[in-house]
Design a protein around this ligand. Structure first.
Ligand code: COA
Length: 162
């Protein structure tokens, strides 16, 4: 049976930290579906379409990665895609409380879905989409923190970056 994992998040935008989790996830799973999901606590800089395009461009050479968007519950999406695994990255202890809560809620909603955590590489431990956007807004060089298609879009949004 094909091993499919869903990698959900807001990806506003995708960073090298996410890329690292996905690349390592591809060693464990046959296929990874990166799904842009709604987080009610967040206002986004990029539209869903822009975020999907940036992810697709970043994985143009990887046929085992699929990109999608979904507005409902993660467990419903996993069921529709016949995926039994949700992949998440864990950066530091500060992520633990939230991730624990999310994984337990998902298990409460659907006992068939398992959450698998991969530890983020030390190199990317300190980055998040917000911190990258903040640096970019004020002209900070973030070119080593995001894939090239994301850097190009950040330049379009933030003139100080070019
Ligand atoms: N490297 C770098 N940064 C990382 C990272 C990594 N490996 N992993 C996470 N991050 C960052 C993200 O960039 C993001 O930064 P930001 O807060 O500055 O935007 C932050 O960590 C957490 O984001 P992410 O992991 O993308 O999670 P999220 O909070 O955006 O996503 C959902 C949460 C979308 C998965 C969750 O809200 C969800 O499942 N929603 C659907 C509804 C649902 O089913 N809810 C659960 C049951 S009620």
């Amino acid at each position: 049976m094909e091993r499919i994992a869903i990698y959900p998040g807001s990806f506003d935008p995708i960073t090298n930290g996410h890329m690292d989790i996905i690349k390592r996830g591809l060693r464990l799973f046959d296929r990874i579906i990166i799904t842009i999901m709604h987080n009610s606590a967040k206002q986004t800089l990029f539209s869903v379409q822009e975020r999907m395009d940036m992810i697709k461009d970043s994985f143009a050479e990887e046929p085992r990665v699929e990109v999608d968007a979904f507005g409902g519950l993660l467990v419903d999406y996993a069921e529709a895609k016949k995926a039994k695994v949700v992949l998440r990255g864990m950066r530091a202890v500060s992520d633990f409380d939230y991730e624990f809560q999310l994984a337990l809620m998902n298990r409460y909603l659907d006992r068939e879905v398992q959450t698998v955590f991969l530890m983020t590489s030390l190199r990317w431990l300190y980055i998040s989409s917000s911190i990258v956007k903040e640096a970019a807004e004020f002209g900070g060089d973030v070119s080593l923190l995001v894939p090239p298609p994301v850097h190009a879009r950040l330049i379009e949004k933030f003139p100080l970056l070019s």
